[in-house]
Design a protein around this ligand. Structure first.
Ligand code: BTN
Length: 261
């Protein structure tokens, strides 16, 4: 029987991706504050695009909107990638589109599970959060990061939102090495496609959207309204048609979405 928690055999992963643009430089830490921080430091030091930082535990893992990201040690995939895209800076935050598509594809290739992509950048299974993605842009490039819940029961963590793990979804331990290799290989391809044709990747991201066609409630500061999600537009905004017929656009940083089932 496979052990749910053990150190990542990172050498296997580094070996598998050594000829790629993504992962040619590979940094593993048993414990670190945040893999985002490792890649930001690489960026400041002038490292090339494509460096990957992976950790088995984070002491200050960060999520969106100032939240923290928790994961039991040696249970999950926690990694970041330094990128220097050859696209206008206004496009850089959209690197989350090829990144989300890569994780979606990597998970399916290894486990058969089709996780949906929930705006702005969550991976969900049966509506529950399976992973979260983050992008941080700076003058030195853009760092993307992913936290994927793998080999622990969701009940082990007290989290204030519907939350799941691959162990809970599949009932078996998943090889984190295989999963990380598949995600990095998929990202190699999706990232190249995005650099070549960002519009095409936007269309692919929209095609996997969990929220389009769903009735939601938007909480934006002290304003809230209900409506039908009709699109995720080329700027990355969530477009919601309210009862009056008006379409309101919401930026990822501002709105919280609740699904009306
Ligand atoms: C979210 O809030 O949903 C995004 C979470 C992103 C978490 C990952 S874990 C690896 C990387 N390092 C961090 O500190 N955060 C990201």
């Amino acid at each position: 029987m496979k052990r749910a928690r053990r150190p990542l055999r990172w050498q296997e992963v580094a070996q598998a991706v050594r000829r790629q643009r993504i992962g040619r430089r590979f940094f593993y830490r048993a414990e670190v504050d945040s893999t985002m921080e490792v890649c930001q430091a690489l960026g400041r030091a002038g490292a090339a695009s494509g460096g990957v930082a992976v950790a088995d535990a984070q002491t200050a893992g960060r999520g969106r909107q100032g939240r923290s990201w928790l994961a039991p040690p040696q249970s999950s995939l926690l990694f970041s990638i330094l990128l220097r895209p050859s696209l206008p800076r206004s496009e850089w935050p959209h690197v989350l589109w090829p990144f989300a598509l890569a994780l979606h594809e990597g998970i399916e290739r290894v486990t058969g599970l089709r996780a949906a992509i929930k705006w702005p950048n969550d991976l969900v299974a049966r509506g529950k959060k399976l992973g979260g993605l983050l992008a941080e842009t700076s003058a030195d490039g853009v760092v993307v990061g992913a936290g994927l819940n793998v080999n622990f029961p969701a009940a082990d963590l007290a989290v204030d939102q519907p939350f799941t793990t691959l162990l809970d979804e599949l009932g078996e331990v998943v090889s984190r090495e295989e999963l990380l290799i598949a995600c990095l290989q998929s990202f190699e391809a999706w990232y190249a496609r995005w650099l070549a044709d960002a519009d095409e990747v936007w269309q692919a991201w929209r095609a996997e959207a969990y929220l389009i066609g769903r009735q939601v409630q938007i909480v934006d500061g002290d304003k809230r309204h209900s409506g039908l999600v009709v699109d995720q537009d080329r700027d990355g905004y969530l477009c919601v048609r309210t009862e009056s017929g008006k379409v309101l656009r919401h930026a990822a940083g501002d709105a919280q979405v609740r699904i009306d089932d």
